[in-house]
Every structure is written in structure tokens, then in C-alpha cells.
Design a protein around this ligand. Structure first.
Ligand SMILES: Nc1ncnc2c1ncn2[C@@H]1O[C@H](COP(=O)(O)OP(=O)(O)OP(=O)(O)O)[C@@H](O)[C@H]1O
Ligand SMILES: [Ca+2]
Ligand SMILES: [Ca+2]
Ligand SMILES: [Ca+2]
Length: 613
């Protein structure tokens, strides 16, 4: 069964992912962050970056609060200059860029006049918009903009020229005047306090620094040095990356990378993102602009920057605020219930762009893009896709599964056949997804455990290779067993302080089913098998039939509805019973094939949702 391949992307919709592009960008007021729609447009902390230059034009003309600064008004040009082509037909990125540059002014004025009224009820986005809680007027008056950072920037650091700009701040080169880093040239990101017009915006900056500080040390993450403040600004001193943004390299190449050139880029991105996820951080703004090269050299190291939209997430928690950049945003973010997999989607978008030079989800307006993200399947039919390896396509498709439960995790992606052999010395980090699976397994009923054990006998080679790697990570003493102690020591090596102090104890507490015993590889496979991912394989039907046969031989038993209900943790309601009726075979009272399949998928116990915005 080892040769089983993936299915083509689910419900392969052949139609064009373009939509008539005259929708008003609904997202503007769909997040509760925003005090009011108009204030949201004026706020530089508006958490969603529109790809449409039109909005910035409108902002400018409509902005009566004076909240627009140089950095925001400079963005439309930057984004126009940097637009990718639509996916269909895939065109050479450079040619389109040249064309667009010529038409820039015309396009700007045309699009600026193109703002039709909002469409009601579309995609649920406008419905969600009404959920935005009202924010008190004049909140800014009482805002405490003290961060507790050092106030002696100017005596310790000499600021140099501006080297970059974003929505929130600008970045300068700088030099330490004294101390350990004396003479060292660094980068200082400067975020004006005048832009922090809400408690949430202030909290975002606080978190940006905290996360950078907590994660600093990974080779693909910008090194943090120190944070400062004065009455006007917050200053984040970090490693200077002199090689420019990944986006510029993509554009300089004309958009397309050979498979072998794309691999090291994607590996570095996956590496740092798997690290973030293990440490409980979702980046939420992964895009080629937010990866910098340390030097101009072709194979210099890539560093993730800009944790301005990042957040902490506990293993069991889901986030619900809609943030990110439209082209890269995952469907479940738009549905307001997501966790680490949302970052993996963004990496899928980056991988798609690297390999073909076009965006997988494209439209002329924000709401059009969102519709494409939610509904359209990216095209793999046009050049260069037919000429790329099937592994490359499978890889990208598995990052872009709309169902986050089917999507690969970052660690898993590093083990995908397309890149697995590329870097022999690669250390694949522990997968947070395995942890979630193990936790769920340890808490499930003996019947479900037996079902999972049967299914794990149908794992394919690629799955086994990945599970072996993860197992050997967790059982460093090589005695063939995972224990709480072995998990602790595996996670502690290379862990950040934050990880050691809070995260590892949290992990261990959730795995307390292992308190008095070990777990061998066979059981680990049952614990870690991901039913939703396994289901996306071509051989699923065959696989589950075979698993049921095994389960019939040594796992199935007579069960009554009450017991089943309590095993599943559902109440004794009559409606539940009528549902569970089909799960039990009438002839002998044992679990039916239907019940077996249902049991494998588990009952979805509603996870806690973190509400931050
Ligand atoms: N460590 C660094 N070394 C060199 N340049 C940097 C560094 N950090 C940031 N920059 C430059 O400054 C730009 C803005 O930084 P950053 O993306 O962190 O700001 P932002 O205001 O959060 O931007 P955004 O609009 O993307 O949210 C980057 O795109 C990059 O060009
Ligand atoms: Ca950025
Ligand atoms: Ca940012
Ligand atoms: Ca921020």
C-alpha cells in the first residue's frame, strides 16, 4: 500500500477562480478590533492589509482624522509595484509588472473611482461585520502608552538611515554606542506611539516585542537585541538583515524558481514556522515581504521578521480574529476559528508563487480574493505546473487543503517526499500536531483506541517515515518507549526559557495518561495517526475497509447506545440516540462499519476559543 498517492485537490472545481471584481472590501469592518468602520480605515493598526491600492486612495481622501502618516500613504505604490499576476492564465510576472507600471497612474485613478456599495450577506463576511462590538468613544484619552522598556536609546544607540517601511513603523540601520554590542550595526524598527490609538494596538506592540524576545535564537528568525521607548516611539533593536526581502528576490528572478531553488527557501520557512508553532506562537502574517536575507549572497540565510500580528496560542485553543494579508489568509481565518494550520496555508501560497510566479487566489478586490480563498481551487493545469514533478504539486496541494485538519503541519511538510531528502542534516522539529493527536488518543475510549490501532495498520510508507522521525525525537534514550520523562528531556533540549517554564509543564499535564506507563512505536502509530489526513489519500476506501476487518477480528464488541454515548461524551438525549442507532449493527450489537468510521473521526468537543480582538 506504500505507493498510495494523494487525491487531486478536493472537489476539483474546474472553473476560473476569478470573480467579477467590483465588490466593496467588506473586511474593513468585519473585525471587532475596529472602533467604527471609518475609524478603522484611518487606523494604521487596522489588522488587515488590503491588497487593493484603491482602498488606500479612498483612505487618503476620506481620512479626516489626520491619522494617515507617510508610511501608510506610501504603501499603494509599493503594493502596485509588487503585485503578482493572476493565476489564470499564468503569465510571466515581470512582463505584467512592466505593463502595470506603465498603467499605474491610469489604474490608480480608475480603481479609486470604483467603489460600489457593500453587498449584503455575501460570504457571511458582512454578516460577521455586524458582530463587531462597539468600542467606547474617546478611548484614546485614557490610554497608557508606557511599555516599561529602557528609555536610554539615544545614549546607547546611534540611529542611521531608514532602510524599510511598513504600515505600522519604519526601520533604520543603527549602531550600538556602548555595551556588549558596541560598534555593531543593527536594525531598529520604530513604531510611533501616535499610531497606537487603541488599547488593542498597544497590546499588539507589547506582544510583538514579547514574542520576538521569546523566540529569538532560531537560525531562521531575526535576532532580537533590545526594546526601548520614549514619549514618541517604541524602538525594537534587532539583527540587521542586509540581503533584502524574499519578495524582492522573487521579483528579481521574474517570479519563478526551479524546484531545486525553491526547496531551500521553503525548508527555511517551514523550519522557523514549525519552531514557532511548537513554542505556541502563530505568526499570522507570513508572506514574502516578511522574510529577509541576512546578506546579498545567493544562499544567505532567510529570517522571519515582523511578529506584529502574531499571537500565543495554547495547544487546545483556537483564535478568532481576522488578521493577515488578503492573498495569504487561510479560509478558516475568514471563518474565525483557527490555529497554527493557518500559517501553513500561507506557506502554501508562498510555495505556489515560488514555483509558478502567480498567486493561487487572485481577484481585483479584497472580497473577491476572500471568495477565491474560500471557494476556488488553485490552478495546477497551466504552465509550468504540467512540467513540474508530481511531488511538488502534491506538496503544494497538501499545504493548500481548505480543511485545516487535512492540511500538513509545518514539521510534516519538512518530511514530505518532495523535500525530505534535500538536506540530509535537517533536524525536523517536534510536531505540535502529534502532540494534539496523542492527547486526544490518551483521552479516548478503549473502543476508539482499538479502532485507531486497526487503522494504524494501514499507514503508508510516507506516513511511517514521518512517524518514525517523530517517535525517535520523543524517545531519545532509544529504549523503544516514550514516557513523560523522555518527552520532557526531548522538548527541553534547545527550548527557550518560556518553553521550559510554562509550555513543557502544560504539554506534560495534557499527556498525563502516560503517567504510569510508556508507549511503544506500535501504539504511537495508533495515537498519532491523523484520520483526516489519512482520509485524503487515494487508498482511503481500501484502507478503512481493511482496518474494519482487523477491528472485527480483535477489537469489536457488543455495545449499547448508552455506553456509546457516554464513551463519546455526549448526553443521553433522545436525538443523540437516534443518531447513534446506525452506529450499531442490529444483528449482534457490535459497532457497524458506519459506526467504526464515525468513531475514528472522533467527536468534536468544542475547543476553547481565545478572544483577543
Ligand atoms: N531586521 C531588519 N533588517 C533589515 N530590514 C528590516 C528589518 N526589520 C524590518 N526591516 C525592513 O523594514 C520593513 C518594515 O518592517 P516590518 O515589516 O517589521 O514593519 P511593519 O510596520 O510591521 O510592516 P507591515 O506593514 O508589513 O506590517 C520590512 O519590510 C523590511 O524591509
Ligand atoms: Ca512586514
Ligand atoms: Ca507588521
Ligand atoms: Ca502590531
Amino acid at each position: 500500500m506504500g505507493g498510495c498517492t494523494s487525491k487531486p485537490s478536493p472537489s476539483g472545481r474546474p472553473d476560473n477562480p476569478f470573480f467579477p471584481g467590483n465588490d466593496y472590501p467588506l473586511i474593513d469592518n468585519s473585525t471587532p478590533t475596529n472602533p467604527t468602520p471609518s475609524a478603522a480605515k484611518a487606523s494604521p493598526f487596522f489588522p488587515f492589509y488590503t491588497p487593493s491600492p484603491a482602498r488606500h486612495r479612498r483612505n487618503k481622501s476620506r481620512d479626516v482624522t489626520g491619522g494617515e502618516s507617510k508610511s501608510v500613504t506610501s504603501t499603494p505604490l509599493r503594493q502596485l509595484r509588487r503585485a503578482f499576476n493572476p493565476p489564470s492564465p499564468a503569465k510571466h510576472i515581470r512582463a505584467a509588472l512592466r505593463r502595470r507600471k506603465g498603467k499605474k497612474e491610469a489604474a490608480l485613478s480608475a480603481e479609486a473611482t470604483e467603489a460600489p456599495p457593500p453587498e449584503a450577506g455575501e460570504e457571511g463576511l458582512s454578516a460577521e461585520a455586524t458582530e463587531a462590538p462597539p468600542q467606547e468613544e474617546g478611548e484614546e484619552v485614557g490610554l497608557d502608552k508606557r511599555f516599561g522598556f529602557a528609555r536610554d536609546l539615544h545614549s546607547r544607540v546611534e540611529l542611521g538611515d531608514e532602510i524599510g517601511r511598513g504600515h505600522f513603523g519604519y526601520t533604520c540601520s543603527a549602531k550600538f554606542r556602548k555595551g556588549e554590542l558596541k560598534g555593531q550595526v543593527v536594525a531598529v524598527k520604530i513604531i510611533p506611539k501616535s499610531k497606537m490609538t487603541s488599547a488593542i494596538a498597544i497590546e499588539d506592540v507589547r506582544r510583538e516585542v514579547k514574542i520576538l524576545q521569546a523566540l529569538s535564537g532560531h537560525k531562521n528568525l531575526v535576532q532580537f537585541y533590545d526594546a526601548f521607548e520614549d514619549n514618541a516611539n517604541v524602538y525594537i533593536a534587532m539583527e540587521l538583515c542586509e540581503g533584502g526581502e524574499l519578495l524582492d528576490r522573487i521579483l528579481a528572478r521574474g517570479g519563478k524558481y526551479s524546484e531545486d531553488d525553491a526547496k531551500p527557501v521553503i525548508i527555511q520557512i517551514l523550519n522557523v514556522v514549525a519552531f514557532c508553532h511548537l513554542h505556541g506562537v502563530v505568526h499570522r502574517d507570513l508572506k514574502p515581504e516578511n522574510f529577509l536575507y541576512t546578506s546579498k549572497e545567493e544562499n544567505s540565510q532567510l529570517k522571519a521578521i515582523d511578529f506584529g500580528l502574531s499571537d500565543f496560542v495554547k495547544p487546545d485553543e483556537r483564535l478568532n480574529d481576522i488578521v493577515g494579508s488578503a492573498y495569504y489568509v487561510a479560509p478558516e481565518v475568514l471563518h474565525r476559528s483557527y490555529t497554527t494550520e493557518a500559517d501553513v496555508w500561507s506557506i502554501g501560497v508562498i510555495a505556489y508563487i515560488l514555483l509558478c510566479g502567480s498567486r493561487p487566489f487572485w481577484a481585483r478586490t479584497e472580497s473577491g480574493i476572500f471568495r477565491a480563498v474560500l471557494k476556488a481551487d488553485p490552478s495546477f493545469d497551466e504552465a509550468p505546473w504540467p512540467f513540474l514533478s508530481s511531488e511538488a504539486k502534491d506538496f503544494v496541494k497538501r499545504l493548500l487543503f481548505k480543511d485545516p485538519r487535512r492540511r500538513m503541519s509545518a514539521s510534516q511538510a519538512l518530511m514530505h517526499p518532495w523535500i525530505r531528502g534535500y538536506d540530509r542534516d535537517m533536524n525536523v522539529p517536534f510536531d505540535i500536531l502529534i502532540f494534539r493527536q496523542m492527547k486526544a488518543y490518551l483521552r479516548s475510549s478503549s473502543l476508539r483506541k482499538a479502532a485507531l490501532r486497526a487503522l494504524s495498520k494501514t499507514l503508508i510508507t510516507d506516513e511511517i517515515i514521518y512517524l518514525k522521525t517523530q517517535f525517535s525525537f520523543l524517545s531519545p534514550n532509544k529504549d523503544g518507549f516514550i514516557t513523560l520523562g523522555s518527552i520532557r528531556s526531548a522538548l527541553s533540549s534547545n527550548a527557550t526559557d518560556e518553553m521550559k517554564e510554562t509550555r513543557i509543564p502544560e504539554f506534560l499535564a495534557l499527556l498525563n495518561g502516560l503517567q504510569h506507563r510508556g508507549m511503544d512505536f506500535e501504539e504511537f502509530c495508533a495515537a498519532a495517526i491523523n484520520v483526516h489526513q489519512h482520509e485524503s489519500l487515494d487508498c482511503w476506501e481500501e484502507s478503512i475497509r481493511h482496518a474494519y476487518e482487523l477491528f472485527e477480528r480483535n477489537g469489536n464488541r457488543a455495545i449499547v447506545i448508552e455506553e456509546l454515548a457516554s464513551e463519546l461524551g455526549v448526553g443521553p438525549a433522545i436525538t443523540v440516540h437516534s443518531v447513534l442507532h446506525d452506529w450499531i449493527r442490529h444483528t449482534d450489537g457490535k459497532l457497524s462499519f458506519f459506526g467504526f468510521a464515525k468513531l475514528l473521526h472522533g467527536v468534536s468537543v468544542r475547543p476553547s476559543v481565545k478572544t483577543t480582538r
